[in-house]
Design a protein. Structure first.
Length: 305
């Protein structure tokens, strides 16, 4: 398999755009995302974790609390709200694992740059831990793309504040390092859905005034101390712009003594599991995440018994 080959299960990859978000297309992209309607079968319950922090709550139908929980942080390049699109997977995880899943709606850049989105995620985490049917000692955090980057930053922030200790961090092709936008050694033909230009726009929007001196909590790959973080699962494709930064972060977690499972999908592009959700490789990627969550919850339950 060469560097520009796509996984054989991903049949529409070659027909997809290399980029979907930029300064000129943001308004249109937000309009299109805003027209998405939630899946009624997901039965999301809407609530407010705090001012301007909506959450979508998925409770299992046949379990009683206190239950383990997952705080899910949707992606969207820091500039789009894609939470509705994650309703289906959130419902599946809630039912299969018998846990509470909460998808947090953080405010978006560039209108709300760092640290507002991260603080909104922390507000969601605190709200989740305070729910009467949730076991605050068995909360995992997870997210995809920009949501994965915010999840990694949330793990660092939670360690710093010491109020809540997530049991794991689930990072699907996370957006971790603003410096990837400036690399000159990458072949743009490999990428779909998220290019270096999109990445620069997303990071510039999120960093705002902080771009002159990027805080480590804004770009987790810049953080010099990863010790004491929750165990991690990181998954990414070889044709994803974030491949190298994700692999490097996984290595640094392991060097810091943090257990980390790294799953690399040959020939997979950014967001392949959402764009081609019915493809066998996408289903396997999702099953790996469910299995990692199940193992984390079972491990914590065993230690508590």
């Amino acid at each position: 398999m060469t560097s520009i080959d796509f996984h054989p299960d991903l049949r529409v990859a070659r027909h997809l755009p290399r980029s979907i978000i930029g300064p000129r297309r943001l308004r249109l992209a937000r309009w299109l995302v805003g027209r998405q309607r939630p899946d009624p079968s997901a039965n999301a319950v809407l609530a407010e974790a705090g001012p301007n922090v909506p959450v979508r709550v998925f409770r299992p139908t046949s379990s009683s609390g206190p239950l383990p929980a997952l705080l899910w942080v949707p992606g969207g390049g820091m500039v789009l709200n894609t939470s509705v699109a994650d309703d289906g997977p959130c419902r599946v995880i809630a039912e299969r694992l018998g846990i509470v899943v909460v998808s947090v709606g953080y405010r978006l850049a560039p209108e709300h740059p760092f640290p507002t989105p991260l603080e909104d995620c922390h507000t969601g985490l605190r709200w989740l831990a305070a729910q009467p049917d949730v076991d605050a000692n068995r909360i995992a955090i997870g997210g995809a793309s920009a949501g994965g980057g915010l999840t990694a930053a949330l793990a660092l922030l939670a360690r710093e504040r010491g109020e809540i200790r997530p049991i794991m961090q689930l990072l699907a092709y996370p957006m971790l390092d603003d410096r990837t936008s400036a690399r000159t050694d990458l072949d743009p033909r490999r990428f779909r859905m998220w290019s270096q230009a999109s990445n620069k726009f997303g990071w510039d929007s999120y960093l705002g005034p902080a771009a002159a001196s990027v805080p480590p909590l804004a770009a987790p790959a810049r953080h010099d101390n990863l010790a004491g973080l929750p165990p991690a699962w990181i998954g990414v494709g070889t044709n994803d712009l974030f491949h190298d930064e994700d692999v490097a972060y996984a290595g640094r977690l392991q060097e810091a003594g943090v257990p980390c499972t790294l799953e690399i999908v040959p020939g997979a592009y950014h967001g392949f599991d959402r764009t081609e959700a019915k493809a066998p490789v996408a289903k396997a990627f999702f099953e790996s995440q469910v299995a990692a969550l199940a193992e984390a919850f079972q491990g914590r339950s065993s230690r508590r018994s």
